[in-house]
Design a binder for this molecule. Structure first.
Ligand SMILES: Cc1cc2nc3c(=O)[nH]c(=O)nc-3n(C[C@H](O)[C@H](O)[C@H](O)COP(=O)(O)O)c2cc1C
Length: 179
């Protein structure tokens, strides 16, 4: 899809066709695209877990619904959970960077952007969810309960007419230009 069209197509979906399953190979293809994202020192600190299993999806949905939030997640037929590994910086930065993970959140965010765009390009809809209960998600996935979950992405086929008009601050508020 033309890139500017793709950017507009990608939107947060909160209304999934729960009866329409997603092909695991398609999910893998999207994650493969996300793995091509740039990262500091090419450290690729992202780790993706694809969940395309009804029983596990129900548990992941519960992990993003504390306090009554994200009720739509119960309708999502698949999820991708994103973890961050310790980033490994190039030797030349030894002693120069206080924290090797300084760039990790940037890296993970770029990867997630790639992932959601790849999903849109393949006819899928997504919703990035930052609201989550890490221990519930980790318990479902057999991970140490205190492992930090970076975010959970709901994936499926939307029942909405896409795309909605984007709500964004004005260009002037967001951008400064020196010419
Ligand atoms: C880091 C992050 C966390 C988010 N968490 C949630 C969430 O928990 N629940 C939700 O419904 N949307 C969540 N969103 C989606 C945003 O609300 C959405 O991206 C924003 O309103 C812009 O709308 P659009 O994605 O449709 O363009 C999150 C987005 C990001 C990037």
């Amino acid at each position: 899809m033309e890139f500017s069209k793709l950017i507009n197509m990608r939107e947060s979906c909160r209304n999934y066709d729960s009866g329409k399953k997603v092909d695991t190979e398609l999910l893998k293809k999207c994650v493969e695209m996300a793995c091509l994202a740039p990262s500091a020192c090419n450290s690729q600190p992202w780790r993706y877990v694809i969940i395309n299993n009804e029983e596990l999806c129900a548990k992941i949905a519960k992990g993003v619904q504390d306090n009554g939030f994200n009720s739509f997640a119960s309708g999502a037929p698949a999820f991708i959970v994103v973890y961050g590994e310790d980033a490994k910086m190039a030797k030349k930065f030894d002693g120069l960077i206080a924290d090797n993970n300084s760039f990790r959140d940037n890296d993970l965010g770029i990867g997630i952007a790639y992932l959601t765009l790849a999903a849109s390009d393949n006819g899928l809809s997504t919703c990035i969810m930052g609201w989550r209960n890490d221990s519930k998600i980790n318990e479902a996935l057999g991970q140490p309960l205190d492992r930090k979950v970076h975010c959970v992405i709901a994936v499926g086929y939307s029942l909405d007419e896409a795309p909605r008009k984007k709500k964004r601050k004005s260009f002037e508020e967001l951008v400064t230009v020196f010419e």
